[in-house]
Design a binder for this molecule. Structure first.
Ligand SMILES: Nc1nc2c(c(=O)[nH]1)N[C@@H](CN(C=O)c1ccc(C(=O)N[C@@H](CCC(=O)O)C(=O)O)cc1)CN2
Length: 338
């Protein structure tokens, strides 16, 4: 809590300035509590906070309204199936949040929880059942999976029309080809782009650096930025001049999975920083014994950036909002094709 309060105080000045210049859609995403803080109380932070929690809430409301409108004619609500393998606490939390979000927007959720030692064949059988179920518009298998299971084989088995996580190779491949639209775009990178859009950030013509090259975040984020006409460089563990590349970027997406790796002096003054990382670091003063930090050293970067996402409360909530949006898209396509 103290950490969050500190963050909000540091960001008050930047947000006040940001709000004056921001489009209406951005204004509504900046927390009122932060804006009401007197400027004098703020530390010398420059960046405006991109409030992913609020933007995700707005998107959930938009989806709920659309579901209400559509389901009468369609005769059913959108359906999302969530498959959980094992008992990782973080995965259990995310799956619970996904089911709660489904209930909030009026989706029907289906769930299968499998033991840690389930066979790959059994998991593939569950996926096949959901592939065939007409009430299911989207299927996701919560990652990571236990080591004895071939993750890619499971992701490949999800029907392309129900791959709301967007992890199917054909969906990722289509992103890389001009003129080909993927059936679904994976949720976290899609959420990053939505944060930029709803914060009034122009992407076309800008330079962008993506730190991290994972199949599920770094690579699709770079492709989405490029498709939006940014000039993109990917930075990874073998990039010799990572800092230099990031320092040249107008937009930085950090998705390397290393706590606070991107330092403040890597950031070009005025750049927009989207931090995908969610890393737990020990903190005896925190209630849970740890606190969450991103892949960006937040306070340092916020002192030079023009806009930045916090962790928590930035990209994370958008992942689930985009999952709902993808499921709704799948539902609309399936209903239209009946
Ligand atoms: N099949 C999938 N598996 C995983 C995905 C995914 O998109 N599909 N992404 C991550 C986990 N994830 C969703 O599944 C996810 C991670 C974090 C958040 C989030 O909102 N985080 C909060 C902080 C939560 C906390 O306090 O612990 C935040 O950043 O504000 C949502 C979803 C890996 N697996």
């Amino acid at each position: 809590m103290a950490f969050l309060q500190q963050q909000q105080q540091r960001l008050a000045a930047g947000q006040q300035r940001q709000r004056a210049a921001a489009p209406a859609v951005l204004r509504s995403s900046i927390s009122r509590r932060t804006l009401l803080r007197p400027l004098a109380a703020a530390a010398p932070t420059k960046a405006g906070l991109i409030d992913g929690k609020k933007i995700a809430e707005d998107i959930r409301k938009e989806i709920a309204a659309e579901v209400q409108q559509l389901q009468k004619a369609a005769g059913r609500a959108p359906g999302l199936a969530v498959v959980l393998v094992g008992a990782r606490k973080d995965s259990e939390t995310y799956v619970r949040s996904k089911k709660k979000a489904c209930a909030e927007v009026g989706f029907e959720s289906f769930g299968t929880d499998l033991a840690e030692d389930v066979s790959q064949e059994e998991l593939l059988r569950v996926v096949a059942q959901y592939n065939a179920d007409p009430k299911v518009d989207g299927i996701l298998v919560q990652l990571p999976l236990p080591k004895h299971i071939n993750e890619q084989a499971v992701l490949d088995a999800i029907s392309l029309e129900k791959d709301v996580d967007g992890f199917h190779p054909q969906n990722i491949g289509s992103l890389a080809m001009r003129g080909r639209n993927p059936t679904f775009v994976s949720c976290t990178p899609k959420g990053c782009m939505e944060l930029l859009k709803r914060s009034g950030v122009q992407v076309a013509g800008k330079t962008a650096a993506v730190v991290g090259r994972s199949n599920i975040v770094g690579l699709p984020a770079a492709l989405l930025l490029q498709n939006a006409d940014a000039t993109v460089t990917m930075v990874h563990s073998r990039t010799p001049n990572a800092e230099e590349v990031v320092r040249a970027a107008d937009i930085v997406i950090a998705a390397c999975g290393k706590a606070e790796m991107v330092k403040g002096d890597w950031i070009k003054p005025g750049a927009v920083v989207i931090d995908v990382g969610i890393n737990a670091v020990d903190d005896a003063s925190a209630k849970r014994g740890y606190r969450l930090v991103g892949d960006v050293a937040f306070a340092e970067a916020a002192a030079v950036a023009s806009m930045i996402t916090p962790v928590p409360g930035g990209v994370g909530p958008m992942t689930i909002a985009m999952l709902l949006q993808n499921t709704l898209e799948g539902y609309k396509r399936r209903v239209a094709s009946r």
